[in-house]
Design a protein around this ligand. Structure first.
Ligand code: 6PG
Length: 241
């Protein structure tokens, strides 16, 4: 298990940014360009801020989203707005390299639109999954990841790429990558901070495998399946290896 724990959530987020920059540089060296899929929420803010100074060749980086709330891009709830305000507006990334989810559309249309964007960019054959070079995900206090919340039947889907989902507990439509792309990522980085994540993190990492109830368990195969960047508050219940 590739766990990195830090006393402070900001330090954990900044270390996560350093790892992402390293993995993107490795991908760039192989293919000449790299793809990064990012999540939203609060914990990524210092991670985005740290990426500004990572001196990455943004003209060769393509940014996608793991999920998005069904709101306009200037809505305070928007994951795009968060990333744009804290990172993308501060680096020389061409607009054509920013592949946002057009969540201002009707959710189902936004999902189809985003899927078309992904299929076109990755030139996917039928049944093929996109292999994002770096997939950044978080985990909610209920062990959700992306916008796949516990009990969501789409957690068992392995064929689809993108879906519109209604999240009952948030009373909100979301557009999210489905498990297929999550499982196909070349490198997955999980940024999980905050004391409210300690119990679910213990269940996700050390409990029985049950992704329908612990969606953050959705992980690519192989070792290590992901790099986890934690603060001590989130890691406090983990049995010492
Ligand atoms: C979202 C995110 C979501 C996030 C978790 C954790 O749209 O909310 O994509 O999956 O990663 O909710 O959020 P925090 O890191 O802010 O706790």
């Amino acid at each position: 298990m590739n766990l990195h724990s830090y006393p402070d959530p900001v330090v954990a987020a900044e270390a996560c940014a350093g790892y992402i920059a390293t993995k993107l540089a490795e991908a760039l060296a192989v293919r000449g360009y790299a793809t990064l899929a990012i999540s939203g929420g609060n914990s990524p803010k210092p991670m985005f801020a740290r990426l500004i100074s990572a001196e990455l060749p943004w003209d060769r980086l393509h940014v996608f989203w793991v999920d998005e709330r069904a709101v306009s891009p200037d809505d305070p709830e928007s994951n795009y707005r968060l990333a744009n305000e804290t990172l993308l507006s501060k680096v020389p990334i061409p607009a054509t390299n920013v592949h946002r989810i057009r969540a201002e559309l009707v959710p189902e249309e936004a999902a189809r639109d985003y899927e078309r964007e992904i299929r076109g960019f990755f030139r996917l054959a039928h049944g093929q999954m996109p292999a994002f070079d770096v997939m950044h995900r978080g985990m909610g206090p209920d062990a959700h990841t992306a916008s796949l919340f516990p009990g969501e039947s789409l957690i068992e889907d392995r064929a689809g790429l993108v879906a519109a989902v209604y999240v009952e507990k948030k009373q909100q439509w979301r557009v999210t990558l489905l498990p297929g792309p999550l499982l196909a990522a070349r490198d997955t980085v999980m940024l999980v901070t905050g004391g409210d994540k300690a119990e679910p993190l213990r269940a996700v990492l050390q409990g029985p495998v049950d992704p329908v109830h612990f969606p953050a368990q959705l992980m690519p195969q192989g070792e290590p399946t992901a790099a986890w960047f934690l603060d001590e508050a989130a890691a406090r219940l983990l049995a010492k290896a």
